[in-house]
Design a protein around this ligand. Structure first.
Ligand code: FE2
Length: 325
């Protein structure tokens, strides 16, 4: 899907291309014979803008462009209408050709976009089902990962991350604990303190998650975030002890979001902290646990924006929790 600035750039390129073709077509004389050949080649170039518009904007864009080139072509034909019947028929045929050259690929590109969107939706639903099951197993809530994903996306947007990277970071945040599927229940759900050996087992989950996701084409970048989601800015995290900018940006953004969610969520063993208490806690770990630039970005976010996310992803808002939905 085109974002507005991409769409504007493409529109300018398309208008410039159509304008240049029209200018050269109108300016090139039909006499002598040598120029006439160039003139006819330029006339054929009118097919180009509708095809490009079909690829960039789909059927509606292709039709609008076919209309534009048709008007330019008709105006020229009136100015220089041939006496020869066959040439007249040829020009009418070309006119129809602009619509066919734009319309058919336009329809096909629209269809392709809609199928790709359906595929993306199916992937999203599958991943949501998986993380909901994992959240339910560990936290007795289905929406922890989705909430953390939303917080991470919000921080990433304010940090100036572009759309493509934001999508990858979003998957990384959603799937951060997917490796816990390999952690036995007796460790993951143990109510008391873990032993050293149990911690060693628990600390394998970023690596396990990384190995699960790295083979899935559209989750390759997300796999790097999953791998690094327990690193710390000062290098005292795990599994690799990465430090500072060695940690992928997505993981540095996620760390703040995850801790904010942990601090402000109700858990069986603790009450939720207020925004102010959680923000102070995060500020206290700037430079040690968190990237200071990310903390600065987080602190600039209005508490209301975070509160809206928390409200939207409260348990009870999950569709299956409400049979009426
Ligand atoms: Fe984790």
């Amino acid at each position: 899907m085109n974002n507005p600035s991409d769409a504007r750039k493409k529109l300018i390129i398309l208008a410039a291309l159509t304008g240049v073709i029209a200018l050269l077509h109108y300016a090139t004389p039909v006499e002598p014979h040598y120029y006439h050949k160039i003139h006819i080649v330029l006339r054929k170039l009118y097919f180009l803008p509708p095809v490009i518009a079909a690829a960039w904007f789909g059927l509606r864009g292709a039709c609008a462009t076919a209309l534009t080139v048709s008007l330019l072509f008709i105006l020229h034909a009136f100015l220089d209408w041939p006496g020869n019947y066959m040439e007249q028929a040829n020009q009418v045929g070309e006119l129809v050709g602009f619509w066919v050259a734009g319309g058919i690929p336009g329809w096909l590109f629209d269809r392709q976009r809609s199928l790709l969107q359906e595929l993306a939706n199916a992937n999203e639903e599958t991943l949501l089902g998986l993380v909901s099951a994992l959240d339910l197993r560990e936290h007795n809530t289905r929406l922890h990962s989705q909430r953390v994903r939303e917080y991470t996306e919000l921080i990433a947007t304010r940090f100036g991350v572009d759309e493509k990277a934001r999508r990858e970071i979003s998957f990384g945040a959603l799937l951060h604990d997917v490796g816990k599927i390999a952690v036995p229940d007796r460790i993951l759900l143990k109510p008391g303190e873990l032993t050293e050996e149990e911690w060693r087992e628990m600390r394998k989950h970023p690596e396990a998650g990384y190995r699960m996701l790295k083979r899935i084409g559209f989750l390759k970048e997300a796999a790097d975030i999953v791998h690094a989601h327990h690193e710390r800015y000062d290098g005292r995290g795990y599994p690799r002890g990465l430090k500072g900018d060695e940690i992928p940006l997505g993981a540095r953004l996620f760390m703040v979001a995850d801790v904010y969610d942990a601090l402000t969520s109700q858990r069986p063993y603790k009450s939720p902290l207020s925004y102010e208490e959680a923000a102070t806690e995060i500020l206290n770990h700037k430079d040690s646990q968190f990237d200071p630039a990310v903390v600065t970005t987080f602190m600039a976010i209005a508490p209301e924006a975070l509160r809206l996310i928390a409200e939207r992803y409260q348990d009870g808002n999950y569709p299956e929790d409400n049979p009426a939905c």
